[in-house]
Design a protein around this ligand. Structure first.
Ligand code: XBP
Ligand code: MG
Length: 246
């Protein structure tokens, strides 16, 4: 069955997490700085620094990138020792972030919960494709959707399953493979240039909702760029998808 434009019907929505489902980066930034203190490091990331560092997807990759920037001799360190130290710092950060989310530091973005629920009720298949850690996803969505949140998302691909981070398309390619759907049958939802590049790299038409951390990004190639998902209906998504360029 296809639509009047000949495009196959919309079958699945694939959501990014950080910045798309919720404005999380303020809490991530605070958690990074808390972890640096707990690790005895004199590092402190201010907002302009973090805006630059967000160009590196993945918390561990971001820490390693910063370390190489501030410590020219870091390359002299034994690679496994470096990786172990980065992992330890990131573990502290993830624990700090999880506590912040559980304390209510992060809110879902406007319209997100209503769209997830209406899309699921309309029979659209839902998936998550993120570079964040699984602990962070469950802390956020357990709080927002309740303990059965995983029932809503058929496929979840994250930092633990897709090690090649956005803008590499791996996380979206793996999500499509597990859905057993072509990209043409789906829409992706993102907030950043890296995310858009990853989704487009997997052939996905992509709806962008920028935030304070990504408003300055280049979103050329997006299907739509919206202030939020507030008021967006499944009918809107079906119409945009049907009219999307092949
Ligand atoms: C955004 C990211 C993540 C978060 C930090 O992920 O790049 O690295 O900034 O989370 P998304 P971690 O793809 O959901 O936008 O420290 O767990 O990486
Ligand atoms: Mg994001």
């Amino acid at each position: 069955m296809s639509t009047p434009t000949g495009r196959p019907p919309l079958r699945a929505l694939i959501f990014d997490v950080d910045g798309t489902l919720a404005d999380t980066e303020h809490a991530h930034l605070a958690a990074f700085n808390q972890a640096f203190g707990e690790a005895g490091l004199d590092w402190h990331w201010d907002l302009p620094t973090y805006l630059r560092l967000l160009e590196v997807s993945g918390g561990k990759e971001r820490i390693a990138h910063h370390w190489a920037q501030v410590r020219g001799d870091v390359q002299a360190l034994d690679a496994s020792a470096l990786a172990d130290t980065v992992q330890r710092i990131h573990d502290l950060k993830t624990a700090a972030y999880e506590r912040r989310v559980q304390q209510g530091a992060v809110q879902m973005r406007p319209g997100v919960l209503a769209l997830i629920r209406s899309a699921h009720a309309a029979g659209l298949r839902l998936a998550i494709a993120t570079t964040t850690s699984p602990v962070n996803i469950s802390a956020l969505l357990r709080g927002a959707l309740g303990p059965d949140w995983t029932m809503l998302f058929e496929v979840i691909e994250d930092a633990s399953t897709a090690p090649r981070k956005k803008p590499h398309p791996q996380v979206y390619q793996q999500t499509l493979a597990r859905l057993q759907l072509p990209a043409a049958d789906c829409l992706a939802f993102e907030d950043s240039a890296n995310g858009l590049q990853a989704a487009r790299g997997a052939g996905l038409a992509t709806v962008i909702t920028p935030n304070d951390f990504s408003a300055h990004h280049d979103f050329t190639g997006a299907l739509r760029v919206l202030p939020s998902l507030q008021g967006i209906s499944v009918a809107d998504l079906r119409a945009w998808h049907a009219a999307a360029p092949r």
